[in-house]
Design a protein around this ligand. Structure first.
Ligand SMILES: [Mg+2]
Length: 259
């Protein structure tokens, strides 16, 4: 399917169509320092317009729900953080009940990772509360950093019982509960009466969401980032867009079309 055909499908019946997005690398351009990640100028307004017209809008991210509340506060959008472990409702973060019991293990994992990675150049720890992530995008030798991080993360996973979730220049440890972007898609959709769903994502963590929307008769849309994008991500999508700017452009056109 081409981007224009996708636009046409999405514009057909907005009130019975759901738009579900990953955040980083999908709505927000990839940045060297993940703490500075943000929506491009004006896209928040476009998303708000679309949320008002479409049957469902959800943003499903590996980031904490509180982060999404700051960076992607789109009126009318459902915000699911930590791959669906958290939901932001009325300004409050609601964790999935099954995950709360793992808070102490996540803290312990954070301490052990911080000890093990102290002084490792370009490698940094992100404490997300219920989970902890290690990033090495800025490491001088990414391959060597990946090997060191994976070894340590495997050890900490074994000792804390947390589950490993690998991503693009990131390894994450999180509660071993049945929760990924696929279950998050189903939670966001709930019993909404929708004829079409589209999920937009750019990374391996989005693969379960692509599978879930396909199960539900919807479309997977990959946002490609050149050679950085895993082949399986492109292969699992119905449409591939060329970067976050192409998605922003498609959303602007879609908003004009349905408004
Ligand atoms: Mg992403």
């Amino acid at each position: 399917m081409t981007p224009d055909q996708l636009l046409q499908r999405l514009a057909d019946d907005p009130s019975r169509t759901g738009l579900l997005f990953d955040f980083d690398g999908t709505l927000a351009p990839i940045v060297e320092d993940p703490s500075t990640s943000a929506l491009p100028a004006g896209l928040d307004g476009v998303l708000a317009d679309l949320a008002a017209r479409f049957g469902l809008m959800a943003i499903i991210s590996g980031r904490p729900a509180s982060f999404l509340g700051e960076r992607a506060a789109v009126p009318g959008a459902t915000l699911l953080g930590l791959y669906g472990l958290e939901r932001l409702r009325g300004g409050q973060v609601e964790p999935l009940p099954d995950a709360v019991a793992w808070q102490a293990a996540a803290r312990e994992a954070g301490r052990r990772l911080a000890d093990g990675l102290a002084g490792d150049e370009g490698v940094h720890l992100e404490d997300k509360g219920l989970s902890v992530a290690v990033h090495w995008r800025r490491a001088p030798d990414r391959d060597a950093a990946a090997r060191r991080v994976v070894r340590l993360v495997e050890r900490v996973a074994a000792s804390t019982g947390l589950a490993r979730a690998p991503g693009k220049f990131v390894e994450e440890l999180r509660p071993p509960v049945d929760c990924d972007k696929g279950t998050a898609v189903r939670a966001a959709v709930g019993d909404a009466d929708l004829a079409l769903l589209a999920y937009f994502g750019d990374d391996r963590g989005d693969l379960p969401a692509f599978a879930a929307v396909r199960d539900l008769g919807g479309l997977g849309v990959a946002v490609g980032h050149g050679t950085e994008t895993a082949e399986e991500v492109r292969a699992s999508a119905d449409v591939v867009l060329d970067g976050t700017e192409a998605l922003a452009d498609l959303l602007r056109r879609l908003a004009e079309r349905v408004w």
